[in-house]
Design a binder for this molecule. Structure first.
Ligand code: GSH
Length: 216
């Protein structure tokens, strides 16, 4: 099902890491959070990938044009405006759609907290695991850091019955939690997070998208 909104179709700008590390899966990285969300919501989008080695030139040009973060992902709405940073982009989309963000300020607060927690987890994955491989800290990261983030998230997923953070309704934080667990390639998960992953992958649009990715 395609959902027409006043800001769609949109473009998502992200990286093609192929020239940086061929072994990385194509869908690795923060851009996939946005893509999963758009797929689930049925919002038409184009995915534009910049080779990692070419990014510095584009980045400097964008910064000069007032896009100050100099990072990706970026979401571009049909009027040409660009929005940056994963959590604010997901929040912007949720507010535009009037869903994926809870029914009251307390639920919104919980979604914000878990979105922030998932982003911290993602940061530790990026810096220790692959992107800036200053030191190859993978083993230490998986053994000592990932479990701290997983335990923290599991505590939040125990607040409600599940399968999602807020209960039966999905929120944008669930997309980030799903994606960080997938990028980390974690298979041993505590019960609430295991249920989240399973349920998430059964969502009709997500299921179709994951099938299509497998066959690509
Ligand atoms: N908090 C930001 C972080 C964005 C970020 O650091 N993106 C990295 C890739 S995952 C990036 O653009 N690096 C390129 C650069 O710093 O030039 C978000 O969640 O979007």
């Amino acid at each position: 099902m395609t959902v027409t909104t006043n800001f769609s179709p949109v473009k998502v700008h992200y990286f093609d890491f192929g020239d940086f590390a061929k072994s990385l899966p194509k869908d690795v990285g923060r851009g996939e959070n946005i893509r999963l969300f758009l797929e689930d919501a049925g919002i038409p989008h184009e995915y534009i990938l910049y080779p990692w080695s070419e990014w510095p030139v584009v980045r400097d040009e964008w910064i000069q044009n007032g896009y100050l973060t100099g990072t990706l992902p970026a979401l571009q709405t049909n009027d040409g405006k660009k929005y940056f940073h994963t959590v604010p982009i997901l929040c912007f989309l949720s507010k535009q759609l009037g869903k994926y963000y809870g029914k009251n300020v307390d639920e919104e607060y919980l979604v914000d907290v878990v979105a922030d927690t998932a982003n911290d987890f993602y940061d530790s994955f990026v810096h220790n695991y692959w992107l800036r491989r200053v030191s190859d800290n993978r083993e230490n990261h998986h053994k000592n850091e990932a479990p701290i983030h997983i335990d923290r998230l599991e505590r939040f997923y125990k607040i409600n019955e599940g399968p999602y953070l807020l209960g039966s309704e999905i929120s944008f934080a669930d997309f980030q939690v799903y994606h960080v667990i997938r990028d980390e390639q974690l298979t041993e998960l505590p019960p609430r997070l295991a249920t989240l992953i399973k349920t998430f992958e059964e969502r009709p649009n997500i299921k179709k998208y994951l099938e299509a990715k497998k066959n690509n």
